[in-house]
Design a binder for this molecule. Sequence first.
Ligand code: DON
Length: 308
Amino acid sequence: MAETLAEAVAAVGREMDAHRGGGKVADYIPALARVDGNHIGLSVITVTGETAEFGDAAVPFSIQSISKVFTLTMALERMGDLLWARVGREPSGSRFNSIVQLEAESGIPRNPFINAGAIAVTDAVLAGRPCDEAINDIREVMRKLACDEVIDVDEEVATSEVATGFRNYSLANFMKGFGNLQSPVEDVLQTYFHQCSLRITCRQLARAGLFLATEGLDPLRNARIISQEHARRINAIMMTCGHYDASGEFAFKVGLPGKSGVGGGILTIVPDKAAIAVWSPGLNEVGNSLVGTLALERLAARLRWSVF
Ligand code: DON
């Protein structure tokens, strides 16, 4: 008989124990460097509401670049296809904070998941408002999608991101110079750094991403979050750009749309079936969770989950 979801998650969890502590925890700011690299959390929620978890599924971590999925959702809802005049949807083949393509491409970032693209998307979410308002808005969206009020910004992480975010300042100033940011650079980056500094658990993250598995309709609340067309496009971009220049490798090994963050989290969507969140802080050489990627590879193989 085929393995159940609970059995598959438990088996992958046991396998991951052998890899515990693998990879290198991000150390560009002290608040992230302090995180214990031995954590492993995994949470799966299906479109019918079945859940299965392993390890530290209820321990909060820094969402970092996974927040870009949710601000993209918000920006697409706000401006629709007009957003694509300001950001492309082509894999960059470069590191997440690379500036080289921006000049050649006149300040239009390759895609919404590299930093430059995410900063342009955040500017669209900000929409000329004070940044506190936009930060509250993003946090409220996360709470609503996760069906959990306990999601907050880690102010220590946010302050350190601002203090060390020189490359992001360069990217934002460069785009501002090309007329691709509407709000002041400082406001856009304050918002961007705060969205990256949200603390979230695997359980909350999987629940928050579930609408992407069901073409934009939250299946458990029967609430439309985003149009079918936009949900499909977000999944496509997660598949092609969600792991920066390791996106091809992730598609090859896992075969599902995913978005990683430097905090060690990965959100993965199984269309029509489930959302998966995994967290393990140690990163591989391209900056994606080492054990998290491995866990997703094993889980997808066991359950025969793939878009291909
Ligand atoms: O923009 C930055 O530098 C970070 N706050 C977010 C980077 C991130 O998660 C990149 N991805 N893996």
